[in-house]
Design a protein around this ligand. Sequence first.
Ligand code: C5P
Length: 219
Amino acid sequence: DLAADLAGRHVVVSAGGTREPLDPVRFLGNRSSGLQGYALARTALARGARVTLVAANVTLPAPAGAEIVPVGTAEELRKAVIEAAGSADAVVMAAAVADFRPAVRRPSKIKKSESAGPDPVELVRNPDILAELGERRRPGQVIVGFAAETDDVLANGRAKLARKGCDLLVVNQVGEDLAFGRPDNAAVVLAADGEPTEIPRGPKEALADVVWDLVITRF
Ligand code: C5P
């Protein structure tokens, strides 16, 4: 797509997966590679946007021209995204954000000898960044979430779209066939203001371009 239909627009994309430290050497994390978020950043750049890419633990090559903000934890990602969203026309939350973090980050390595039996790790809830973006939305700003669902994809997706107050929710059906780490993806995009859009399995860039098409019609 050679159309510079995002020229003059600032977009924020979060990518990758957050890691919540337990101690200096261990963390709670997830398998998100950052491939979909980076595809969103590359396609937005190709269409003329200024792109802030908030990258949580991603090892992929940086898209040329993007402003990369590297982050580790959900709280760091929250700070970076909320700050960048202040001037953004669109925010796309493709990152897998940990819903919980260890209640304390232990200053030294947890030892086996500290407990006889199973030692439950106490967890506390992380803030929901997407819901916060929905609440703080500037007039005309478009907010996009991603969701992985295993069952009742449409019903669960619709409920999530409403709960988070976003404009678009890109819902992946996940099962044995995870989207994580794969170059391709398939999804249905739910819209707060209209009909769902089915995106057949294809490269993550193709999905990204459809997401930008849907964002642009909502500016
Ligand atoms: O609720 P769930 O984790 O399925 O929602 C996924 C969407 O919400 C993604 O867009 C993700 O980036 C975002 N999210 C968030 N903050 C969280 C958890 C998820 O912004 N604490």
